[in-house]
Design a protein around this ligand. Sequence first.
Ligand code: PGA
Length: 255
Amino acid sequence: MKQKKIIIGNWKMAPDSLREARALFQKIKEMSRKTRNIQTVICAPFIYLSELKALVTGHACALGAQNVSNEKNDAFTGEISSAQLKNMGINYVIVGHSERRAMGENNDLIAKKVVAISTNNLTAILCVGETVRDDSGDYISFIKTQILESLAGITHKNITRLVIAYEPLWSVGKHTKHIAKPEDVLEISILIKKILTDKFGKNIAEKVPVLYGGSVNQKNARDFLVEGGVAGLLVGRASLQVEIFTEIQKIANKI
Ligand code: PGA
């Protein structure tokens, strides 16, 4: 059976109101239900998850969180655990996003979060990516270290509950000057498969979808999926624009 493409929307700290979140989610869900070849995942702010969960019907559009604690049920004011997310019916968690790394999260903490996520039967969407890309090739060893350190605690069994999103920082967000080219993405998707194969073996590596994220829109989505050789997309800004995101869903569904 053909593997479904995974199209993830990362809403970040938006929208401002539950009313807007519900309206946006409804439209994305409607489009998801018309698709057969993609799995849509919306990673919404924590505060909207239970309301959005009540709108979910079927499996075409799943919900994810954008962060989680690495700890278990105990005294951690302001934190949310993997068990809480799981019991609420959430299936995915973004971990290691560059914006959280910029707030101080390092590979050690991310590794603990990956363990907490996967042992609670949630799927971790692990983000990796270099800050700059220069001719020295340092970005290759940088990405390798990120992956190996972030996956230091995951078991072979749980690695099937993992998605890796390649998000080069220089191509992410509204201040980016250059958007990655499909060939840049292809290079790293092959590299990530190689790193996983060397560490976990070919059978396991084959099962881990590698996605691309960074300034994805309706104009470049197809090229990333086809020429970039990735199994899906992690979409930031464009996931808040319903016409653009649903167009990306349609494009991915046709591939
Ligand atoms: P962007 O963000 O699509 O707005 O560049 C992607 C991300 O941060 O996941």
